[in-house]
Design a protein around this ligand. Structure first.
Ligand SMILES: [Zn+2]
Length: 123
């Protein structure tokens, strides 16, 4: 093979290797971004806290504080009292925009299930 042909073959081989490395980096980037997504991490931390004893006690406190009523001023069942299981802890400022407030108790209130579903559709 002539020197020129050898150089071209080497260049093509180098380009192929570079492309493969870039593809691998792209996959790593997606994996890292997914693993360390602050919103996903915040949601996971909140869910774990919510299901803990501390989270359950806090929910009971909110339930008493809100006098068994939904915190939404636009609730279709406004002013009605419900069983505690009918409520979900909601973030006043959503975790999707404020992941650092996911465990901030002052950012939490109880919404009835339909209100919470309505709100989560918006975000
Ligand atoms: Zn409601």
């Amino acid at each position: 093979m002539s020197t020129l042909h050898q150089i071209i073959a080497d260049l093509l081989s180098a380009i192929k290797k570079t492309d493969a490395s870039l593809e691998a980096l792209k996959l790593d980037r997606i994996e890292i971004k997914d693993k360390y997504d602050p919103i996903k991490l915040a949601r996971a931390q909140f869910n774990s806290w919510r299901d803990s004893d501390d989270g359950k006690i806090f929910k009971k406190k909110l339930y008493k504080k809100q006098e068994k009523k939904c915190a939404s001023p636009t609730c279709k069942m406004l002013g009605h009292e419900f069983h505690i299981d009918y409520f979900e802890i909601d973030h006043k400022l959503p975790v999707s925009s404020y992941p650092h407030l996911a465990l901030d108790k002052s950012n939490m209130h109880l919404l009835c299930t339909p209100c919470n579903k309505r709100k989560s559709k918006k975000f």
